[in-house]
Design a binder for this molecule. Structure first.
Ligand code: ATP
Ligand code: MG
Length: 305
């Protein structure tokens, strides 16, 4: 449904996107995961036609996205990374203003505003000025402001920045319900937990390049190990570190040892050997690898600095 083909975007001092291609299906919840400066916002701006690429093309449905193609903007909702709200106006007045940009008839707009305010738990606060809102409330309002024209595609650029966990969950639930109603969502984030929770497919972007894409499971399968084993550090586990090394690579952290098992690893053999050696451990923890580890593996850096 959304085809991004060989897109490159150059700013005077940096290549923000370098030959990016992605296919995003209808009704997909697609995640774009990458660190600061990876090119996420640039790609969003290209998707709505605010920016033009030097190379490549983007189509949504059967229409090509260009700066001149204003029609296509009626089919897209864009939740910008920086809040686009008027602090001195009430929530309702903000929404009325955005709704008017789309020429919605008064009655329909009024109904939609009430419905969307209800959906994100802001109806009771509709007449309060936005400057009295918490960060999470502003974010929720920012999201529904992009939905008044009922677009089929929703682009969310880091919509949970500065939001407490409770508000964050309310945003997730709302976006999931939109997706269940059939909206295609593209969601950028540098929180791998968000991408894992929400997205059916994820592309990892770094320095303007897509470095991996797939479902969360497919991505994690790209790592050369399936799980890591965390062992609390104590005199005995430190003394028997060599036993752990028989099973793979051991990394020493402040309070624990981390074993990345080598090929042919079997838990039963591992525990038998540990018992045989008389290693006195307080606990072991089996840890499934995360997208953060994949990012570290592919780039040598962390998603967040
Ligand atoms: N208008 C612009 N002019 C010049 N450089 C820009 C412009 N917009 C973005 N850049 C540069 O392009 C690169 C990608 O920026 P972009 O905002 O797309 O990253 P991002 O992944 O959204 O990062 P963040 O997580 O910090 O929002 C960065 O090096 C940035 O400095
Ligand atoms: Mg950004």
């Amino acid at each position: 449904m959304i085809s991004i083909r060989h897109i490159s975007k150059q700013f005077p001092s940096v290549t923000a996107l370098d030959d990016v291609s992605l296919e995003i299906g209808e009704k997909e919840f697609f995640g774009l995961l990458g660190p600061n400066g990876a090119g996420k916002t640039t790609l969003m701006n290209l998707l709505v036609g605010y920016l033009s690429p030097e190379k490549g093309s983007i189509t949504i449905g059967d229409q090509e996205v260009t700066r001149e193609n204003l029609d296509i903007r009626n089919t897209i909702g864009f939740v910008p990374q920086s809040l686009a709200l008027y602090d001195e106006l009430s929530a309702r007045a903000n929404l009325e203003m955005f709704g008017k940009l789309f020429n919605l008839p008064h009655k329909l707009l009024s109904e939609r505003i009430n419905e969307r305010l209800n959906a994100v738990g802001l109806y009771e606060r509709r007449n309060d000025n936005v400057k009295t809102f918490s960060g999470g409330m502003k974010r929720r309002l920012n999201i529904i402001a992009s939905l008044l024209h009922d677009p089929g595609v929703l682009l969310c650029d880091e919509p949970t920045v500065g939001v407490d966990p409770q508000s964050r969950n309310a945003i997730f639930d709302f976006l999931e319900s939109l997706n269940a109603q059939g909206k295609t969502i593209i969601y950028t984030t540098h929180y791998m937990e968000e991408a894992e929770r929400l997205c059916s497919r994820i592309a990892i972007i770094d320095h303007g390049k897509i470095i991996a894409s797939g479902t969360s499971d497919e991505l994690i399968d790209m790592l050369p190990y399936e799980e890591t084993i965390i062992v609390a550090k104590n005199d005995s586990t430190m003394e028997h570190k060599a036993v752990l090394r028989e099973f793979g690579t051991v990394i020493e952290n402040d309070d624990h040892l981390l074993l990345k098992p080598g090929t042919g690893f079997a838990l039963s053999k591992f525990f038998t050997r540990v018992e045989q050696e008389g290693m006195k451990y307080r606990w072991f923890e089996l840890h499934r690898p995360t997208l953060e580890e994949l990012f570290l593996h592919l780039t040598g850096r962390r998603l967040r600095d």
